[in-house]
Design a protein around this ligand. Structure first.
Ligand code: GDP
Ligand code: MG
Length: 198
């Protein structure tokens, strides 16, 4: 990790849990980060950069740093610089992009097979639910199957439908990252449940 990143993580915001927001380019990561920071209030944008942008958000008394990383092929090589010490992975998928969903699967499994990531809590956001796309936007259950979520070695993973455009699905989307909440069965069902607006 670069020196600015190190300072950010280890000095000023030592108690905050790092959430890495990853996924293919144009899946909606930046739009999702903006939605989450808007929804949690008190967002502070600390470090806008070319390869990643860091947001600080507070939720249920816990502080999180949300790292919105670029998803282009070249940028993906940089992701692993941020793996060590990561608490959670927010993996964003474009629900309308059937052509690249197998690429998304490869990328997700490659991230999750890194040993620095073996204990992270994984949240897959199936974004762009507002886009009918000929009526074939993929739903959470289908994505769960296509991505092979049950083959991840992470103990705690969740999947949630959302739309960064109209805001649906963001209520309590960070709940799984609240310590002592991950792994809770009721909590899991809240994520697989299809959310209505806001
Ligand atoms: N219809 C729709 N478009 C979205 C949604 N989220 C993001 N987009 C659009 O998808 C494109 C890529 O979004 P962006 O957040 O930049 O993706 P990133 O490359 O993953 O950071 C932009 O044109 C966004 O306006 C969504 O929920 N619905
Ligand atoms: Mg972006």
């Amino acid at each position: 990790m670069g020196s600015i990143g190190s300072k950010l993580c280890h000095n000023n915001y030592r108690n905050e849990k790092r959430l890495l927001m990853l996924g293919l380019d144009s899946s909606g990561k930046t739009s999702v980060a903006e939605r989450i920071s808007y929804w949690t209030n008190e967002p502070v944008l600390t470090l806008p950069g070319r390869d990643f942008t860091v947001w600080h958000v507070k939720y249920k008394g816990h502080g999180f740093t949300l790292w919105d990383c670029s998803g282009g092929r070249k940028s993906r090589d940089l992701w692993r610089n941020h793996y060590t010490g990561t608490y959670g992975l927010v993996f964003v998928v474009d629900a309308g992009d059937r052509h690249r969903v197998s690429e998304a699967k490869r990328v997700l499994h490659s991230i999750c097979s890194d040993r620095e990531m073996k204990d992270v809590v994984v949240l897959v956001l199936v974004n762009k639910q507002d886009r009918p796309n000929g009526g074939c936007a993929m739903r959470a259950k289908e994505i769960e199957f296509i991505l092979g979520m049950n083959r991840l070695r992470q103990k705690h993973w969740y999947i949630k439908e959302c739309s960064a455009r109209d805001g649906r699905g963001f209520t309590d989307c960070l709940l799984c990252f609240v310590p002592h909440m991950s792994g809770h069965p009721l909590h899991r069902s809240a994520y697989t449940m299809v959310d209505t607006f806001y």
